[in-house]
Design a protein around this ligand. Structure first.
Ligand code: GLU
Length: 322
C-alpha cells in the first residue's frame, strides 16, 4: 500500500481542527489512468477534483498518474503501488476470474467502484490506406497498441476472433495512445486501434490533422464475441462527431470502469465513491464523454468484481442500491 501518512505537525493540526479524528491523518491516493489525450486521464482528473474538494474534511489527497492503460493499472493496483485505476470492463472481468490474459496473474482481490463511459473498440485508418473493414488490416502497417493498454489486449482478442496474427501485418507497431495520431498523420502507420470513449482528444487530433476514417468492425466473428461474453456489446460511434466521418460507425465495445483492491481501506473507498456519486451532475460536466452517465447504471453495469465494501456503504446511503 502506498497510502502515506503525513506526520507533518502543521497538516495534522489543521486537519484535526476542521474534520476531527477521521481527518487527523493526510492520506495520499493515486489513480492510474491512460495517455493524456485519452479519456481515462481526464476521468481520473474529474474523480480527484471531486475528492479533493472536501479534502479538509476527510484528509485524502487524490492525484492522477498518466499510465499505459487498463492492464498496467490493474497490475499496479495488484502490486499495491496504486490505490485506484480506470480499466476496461473486459479486463476487470478477466482479472477477477483469472481468465484470458490473467490466467497466470489472477487478482481475486480486485474490487469494483463504479462504471464510467462506454468505450467502443475504435479502428481508424488513413483515408488513403484502403481499409474499410478489420480484415483489410492484413498487409497494412498497424498500431496494435502499447503493452499494458486495454486496446492492445482487446486487439489480440479481436485478431484471434478474425484469425489474424501479427505476422499478417506489414508492420505491427506499439505506439502509446498519445503518440498514435501523430504517427498516423505522419504516414508511419496505416491504421490504429483505440478502445476509447467519445468524443476524445486523441481521435479529434487524428481526424483534424489528416484525413482519417473511422472503420466499422463487424461480422460473424464480432457477433460471436458479443454473444459469448457479457462484457462485450455492439457499440456505435455517432455520425458527425468527428471531422470527415458523417455516418455512424458500428463496432463492439466495453465499458470504462473504476477499480480498486480489497486491500484499500473501506473509509477511503467510501469517501471516493461518495465524492463522485453524490456530485454526479458536476462529474458529468467535466468531460463530454460523460454526458449520458446514469447513477444506477454506474453502480451495476459492467462490474464483474464485487463492489468494494466502502463503495457499497456509500451507494446504500445514497439509495442507489438496496
Ligand atoms: N481503454 C484504454 C485502455 O484501457 C484507455 C483509453 C483512455 O485512455 O481513455 O488502455
Amino acid at each position: 500500500m502506498k497510502l502515506t501518512t503525513v506526520i507533518g505537525a502543521a497538516v495534522t493540526a489543521a486537519a484535526m481542527t476542521v474534520g476531527g479524528s477521521a481527518a487527523a491523518q493526510q492520506q495520499f491516493i493515486s489513480i492510474g489512468t491512460g495517455g493524456v489525450t485519452g479519456v481515462y486521464y481526464p476521468t481520473g482528473g474529474a474523480i480527484c477534483r471531486l475528492v479533493n474538494r472536501d479534502r479538509k474534511e476527510h484528509g485524502i489527497r487524490c492525484a492522477v498518474e498518466s499510465t499505459g492503460g487498463s492492464v498496467y493499472n490493474i497490475n499496479t493496483i495488484k502490486a499495491g503501488e496504486l490505490e485506484f485505476g480506470v480499466a476496461q470492463s473486459d479486463w476487470q472481468y478477466h482479472a477477477y476470474n483469472g481468465t484470458s490474459k490473467f490466467a497466470d496473474n489472477h487478482f481475486p482481490e480486485i474490487r469494483a467502484m463504479f462504471s464510467v463511459h462506454p468505450e467502443p473498440f475504435t479502428l481508424m485508418a488513413r483515408s488513403d490506406a484502403g481499409v474499410s473493414s478489420f480484415e483489410d488490416l492484413v498487409g497494412k502497417r498497424v498500431n496494435v497498441g502499447n503493452p499494458g493498454s486495454g486496446q492492445r489486449a482487446t486487439m489480440e482478442v479481436a485478431m484471434e476472433a478474425f484469425g489474424i496474427s501479427m505476422d499478417d501485418f506489414a508492420l505491427a507497431t506499439e505506439y502509446k495512445g498519445s503518440e498514435m495520431a501523430k504517427q498516423l498523420c505522419d504516414g508511419n502507420i496505416d491504421a490504429m486501434i483505440y478502445t476509447i470513449g467519445h468524443p476524445s482528444a486523441a481521435v479529434k487530433e487524428a481526424t483534424t490533422t489528416c484525413d482519417v476514417d473511422l472503420v466499422s468492425v463487424t461480422g460473424a466473428a464480432i457477433d460471436q464475441l458479443v454473444a459469448d461474453n457479457s462484457f462485450y456489446r455492439v457499440a456505435t460511434i455517432p455520425a458527425s462527431m468527428y471531422k470527415g466521418n458523417d455516418s455512424d460507425t458500428t463496432t463492439f465495445g466495453v465499458g470504462a470502469t473504476f477499480v480498486t483492491s480489497a486491500n484499500v481501506p473501506d473509509e477511503v473507498a467510501y469517501i471516493v465513491a461518495k465524492s463522485v456519486m453524490s456530485n454526479l451532475d458536476d462529474f458529468r460536466g467535466l468531460h463530454p464523454a460523460f454526458a449520458n452517465l446514469d447513477a444506477s447504471q454506474m453502480v451495476s453495469d459492467g462490474l464483474s468484481a464485487p463492489l468494494h465494501p466502502g463503495a457499497e456503504k456509500a451507494y446504500k446511503e445514497l439509495g442507489l442500491i438496496d
